[in-house]
Design a protein around this ligand. Structure first.
Ligand SMILES: Nc1ncnc2c1ncn2[C@@H]1O[C@H](COP(=O)(O)OP(=O)(O)OP(=O)(O)O)[C@@H](O)[C@H]1O
Length: 504
């Protein structure tokens, strides 16, 4: 077989320099037809930059790309589409004013193949695409009301129906349910059988070992060694290659919190949106895990507690006194209760603003002078101190937050939460899309906050995460609390108990 036939995509000596940052430094790898090739590396290693270069979002500073043996200049996304390169980026790329079929057939519309004239054909194409990924929606439905998991699956369906020769998937399972993820992995395997080549990025290493044939490790923008066959590696070895040293998972021992006072208590609270009553207690300095699959109703419950969705029945007590929180502003200003959203890009940060402005907006009461002026000196001092204490990796505090890695963005969200001197923190999916090393750092941070006396609720779909750090775990399913478990810190026995509660 000639080289032209063997490799569908070849990246040669790709370098990308952003102002002040060398995101990629001489990266090369090749991918064969019908191969699943994983790209792994820590947050900020340069994986998404590579995906953006292959899909024509921006060009490389140096280096070349060959598609099917021929050198190509992929100067824009339409060119990538023409070459048979489909992509699902980390950020959602759907148009709210388009219905499902129009979103799925977007490239047909924008390249003039179907100028929305043949709606029936579009609907049929959308139905076939959705069936392929197990989405049971109508093609004429709007997309605004869809959950982020469904939107993600829609983008995957769209990329899959483009008849791509190469499909780029950048963290496709970060915000979808386990069932959806299973379906996605099955579809990836099926596409591979059909001869499609797939570049797959994920921080979930189990997935990598389940589907990848070959793996390229990127560290600080550089290739680490040659492309490796997945079967020659194990998880520990892969982590070592990613982080550049032996990696040891920190363990947090069980604590006796029986004498600590209850800080937050919900007694049978429910709302219009979520009428099933639920109760729990949170002690001072406790880490309480809320486990459940995506869609189990945990975020909705948190929204009731922080005053976004009004509680219609039951009572909420803070330090023993019944409270009625009317807004999130009241939650954090008056009750020192802060919430860190799972959706850091859309709800957690002003992405086009720098780090110090993101922190300053929350710390206004600390940085405003008596005359109402902002003290930028004070604002920068506060931001610098969080940059230091949370080990936020950025050139300086004036860097645009959009350009930072997911892990560093998450730390800025935590810094913003800390600005209100919280007594209670609810952190929703703290490590989605975060690499194994930074995940460890964030767990340590949460543990340290709890040792300082802050009570933390961690909402997570990652059982390993909760078994690692939580003192107790509450299990959610279908908007109900199905169980409450002391954490033995033994993963096997906790999984059995959690699954037992879910199935009850
Ligand atoms: N538009 C940009 N302007 C400036 N710097 C950027 C830009 N995009 C990315 N970077 C920087 O390039 C480097 C690589 O980022 P990239 O997003 O490619 O990493 P990643 O491996 O995909 O990380 P993650 O796993 O968090 O998605 C980082 O230092 C990032 O801050």
């Amino acid at each position: 077989m000639s080289k032209k036939e063997e490799y569908i995509l070849e990246l040669e000596n790709i370098t990308k320099i952003f102002p002040g940052v060398k995101a990629l430094d001489d990266v090369s790898f090749k991918i064969k037809k019908g191969e699943v090739h994983a790209l792994v590396g820590e947050n900020g290693a340069g994986k998404s930059t590579l995906i953006n270069i292959i899909s024509g979002v921006f060009g490389p500073t140096q280096g070349s790309i060959k598609v099917d043996g021929k050198e190509e200049k992929i100067t824009n996304p339409s060119k990538a589409f023409e070459l048979g390169i489909g992509v699902v980026h980390q950020e959602r790329n759907l148009i709210d004013t388009f219905d499902i079929a129009e979103n799925i057939c977007f490239m047909d519309i924008s390249t003039g193949k179907n100028k929305m004239k043949d709606k029936k054909a579009m609907n049929q194409k959308a139905e076939r695409a959705m069936e392929r990924v197990g989405l049971d929606l109508k093609p004429w439905q709007g997309i605004e009301e869809l959950t982020s998991g469904k939107k993600q699956m829609l983008e995957i369906a769209r990329a899959m129906c483009m008849d791509s020769k190469v499909l780029l998937l950048d963290e496709p399972t970060a915000s979808i349910s386990l069932t959806e993820a299973d379906m996605l992995l099955k579809t990836v395997k099926q596409l591979k059988e059909e001869g499609v080549s797939i570049i797959y990025i994920s921080h979930k290493l189990e997935e990598i070992f389940e589907i990848a044939d070959s793996i390229t490790v990127i560290r600080d923008g550089k290739n680490i060694g040659e492309t490796l066959s997945a079967s020659s590696l194990n998880k520990d070895k892969l982590i070592e290659l990613m982080v550049g040293r032996k990696f040891v998972t920190e363990t947090y021992n069980n604590r006796d919190l029986s004498k600590e006072p209850v800080i937050l208590e919900a007694k049978d609270i429910s709302s219009k949106k979520n009428p099933i009553p639920k109760s729990f207690q949170l002690k001072k300095g406790e880490i309480l895990g809320w486990y459940g699959l995506v869609g189990a109703g945990r975020t909705e419950y948190a929204r009731e507690i922080i005053g976004i969705d009004p509680i219609t029945n039951g009572s909420l007590l803070i330090k023993g006194s019944e409270v009625s929180i009317k807004s999130y502003e009241e939650a954090f200003q008056r009750y020192k209760l802060c919430y860190i959203s799972e959706n850091r890009k859309e709800e957690g940060l002003f992405l086009q603003h720098n780090i110090t402005d993101n922190v300053g907006i929350i710390a206004l009461d600390q940085i405003c002078t008596k005359g109402g002026f902002i003290s930028y000196r004070k604002q920068n001092e506060i931001t610098e101190s969080y940059k230091e204490s949370l080990s936020i990796k950025a050139k300086d505090i004036f860097v645009e937050t959009a350009s930072l890695s997911g892990g560093n963005q998450q730390k800025i969200c935590i810094a913003k939460g800390l600005c209100v001197n919280p007594e209670i923190m609810i952190i929703d999916e703290p490590t989605v899309g975060i690499d194994v090393n930074t995940k460890g750092e964030i767990h340590k941070l949460i543990y340290e906050l709890s040792v300082q006396g802050i009570s933390v609720i961690v909402i997570s779909s990652d059982m390993g995460e909760l078994v690692g750090i939580a003192d107790r775990i509450i299990v959610f399913r279908d908007n109900e609390i199905k169980g409450e478990l002391e954490n033995s810190k033994d993963y096997e026995s906790m999984s059995t108990k959690v699954m037992g509660s879910i199935l009850l």
